[in-house]
Design a protein around this ligand. Structure first.
Ligand code: GDP
Ligand code: IMO
Ligand code: MG
Length: 422
């Protein structure tokens, strides 16, 4: 009954589109980790909707969106998103539930994120600047403030002021203006009024759905190669992005996850710093970026582009126990004469596996490529697998056989209906 949808690369694989698709008959769509560093897109006809905190599954009429305990919440961003969705005609009444266990991203987290990045200078990580690392750091160092605390304003105020005693001297050290308590509390008390009606423990809700055998979609954010433990740390994000995070981040038992859908973009993209073994720093990379509109949904930054890296994706399939794959943005590769796939890594002529690499190995290694002939025909209007050009099918079938995992959905356009089901 529980389907997990996870990005198997460096993020932006097209999770939003596939979650919307799979949420069709789902009772719940759930975010279980990360924050508004995520940017998920759903395209319905001419309407383009962007989601940073609210699960993309909310676009389906009957699906209730759940922000579970593993998510970190920036109230200002949440409220902005609620307002944008309301304007776009997406109903939120009785459709959004937020766990009181979510930790808050507070103004000092964003200030610290930016201060740390500035201090790193040329070696900055390229975070989204949304305060993700500092907020998760506070969570595990018992300095976090949860949505729970918002329910009792006095308690919240007390904890906020205590944190400022710790944070403001740190900010001053970095030459950043300290946070003005009065100003921020004035904003936060307003946000509190808007958000509290949506707050309810989500554990019971999801377990009840399990008992009723209702469908639940778990919307992963970011990607396996950004996972705190399994990325080339420190070029990571602050949360675990793998299947296991569903258990801690939403309270669903591991054995309740019956289907893991891995999203793989037909090439590679990444935003921010860090190694990217198959990166194309040439004109071809620019061409794919432009054609694929590969600019960050959250920050607008140009995404770095590379060939599909199956050595890394193979690891993501294994660690997440992926049962099936949705291959996205295949239409973007149309008209390339030759297309390459990375099938392994070599360092000093010796084979090397993704999990054996730290970031310095990933920066030095040489990818091993298999080259494919491209196709010229426009595939974006096709809806039957057999209609695809032969070379295109060969590309898909190679990925499938290499990963030993069926590709059940081939996405050939951004629009909701641009899919080929197999
Ligand atoms: P997410 O973070 O994984 O949800 O992905 P993003 O929304 O950040 O980035 C994916 C981008 O590709 C969005 O603009 C989508 O609308 C778009 N997209 C998704 N699937 C396809 C596809 O198959 N073809 C094309 N051309 N665009 C797609
Ligand atoms: P979705 O869900 C792409 C990247 C940032 C940066 C690193 C750390 O849309 O796929 P952070 O702000 O998380 O501390 O930044 O992680 N990153 C993403 N890249 N898509 C995402 O989310 C990302 N979330 C984080 O660019 O390199
Ligand atoms: Mg994105």
């Amino acid at each position: 009954m529980v389907t997990a949808v996870l990005g198997l690369q460096w993020g932006d694989e097209g999770k939003g589109k596939i979650v919307d698709l799979l949420a069709k008959k789902a009772a719940y769509a759930v975010r279980f980790h990360g924050g508004n560093n995520a940017g998920h897109t759903v395209v319905i006809g001419k309407q383009k909707l962007f989601f940073h905190l609210i699960p993309s599954g909310i676009c389906q009429k009957k699906t209730i969106a759940v922000i579970a305990n593993g998510v970190i919440l920036d109230l200002a961003v949440l409220i902005e998103e609620i307002n944008i969705l309301k304007k776009a005609g997406v109903t939120l009444k009785n459709k959004l539930v937020i766990s009181p266990r979510c930790h808050l991203i507070l103004p000092y987290h964003k200030a610290m994120d930016l201060a740390y990045e500035n201090a790193r200078g040329k070696k900055k990580l390229g975070t989204t600047g949304r305060g993700i690392g500092p907020a998760y750091a506070d969570k595990v160092s018992y300095n976090g403030i949860r949505v729970y605390e918002l329910l009792d304003w006095k308690l919240f105020e007390e904890q906020f002021l205590f944190q400022l005693q710790i944070k403001n001297p740190i900010l001053k050290t970095f030459g950043v203006s300290p946070i003005n308590a009065k100003e921020e509390l004035k904003k936060l008390i307003k946000y509190r009024e808007i958000v509290i009606p949506y707050v309810k423990e989500t554990y019971g809700l999801l377990h009840q759905a399990l008992q009723k055998k209702q469908k639940i979609i778990m919307e992963g954010a970011h990607g396996t190669m950004l996972d705190t433990d399994w990325s080339p740390y420190p070029y990571s994000t602050g949360s675990n992005t793998v299947t296991g995070a569903i258990n801690s981040g939403a309270g669903l038992p591991v054995k309740s996850i019956s289907r893991v859908v891995g999203i793989v973009k037909a090439f590679t993209s990444r935003v921010g710093g860090g190694p990217l073994p198959t990166e194309l720093t040439n004109q071809l990379g620019d061409q794919i970026r432009e054609k694929g509109h590969e600019f960050g949904t959250t920050t607008g930054r140009p995404r770095r582009i590379g060939w599909l890296d199956l050595e890394a994706v193979k690891f993501a399939v294994a660690i997440n126990s992926v049962n099936q794959i949705a291959l996205t943005k295949l239409d973007i590769l149309t008209s390339l004469a030759k297309i390459k796939i990375c099938t392994g890594y070599k360092l000093k002529n010796k084979p090397l596996s993704y999990p054996a690499c730290g970031y310095s190995e990933l920066e030095k290694l040489t990818p091993v490529y298999k080259e494919f002939d491209g196709w010229k025909e426009d595939i974006s209007g096709l809806r039957q697998y057999r209609q695809l050009p032969k070379n295109c099918r060969q590309y898909i079938e190679f990925i499938e056989s290499y990963l030993k995992t069926p590709i059940k959905i081939v996405s050939v356009g951004a629009e909701r209906t641009a899919n080929i089901f197999r």
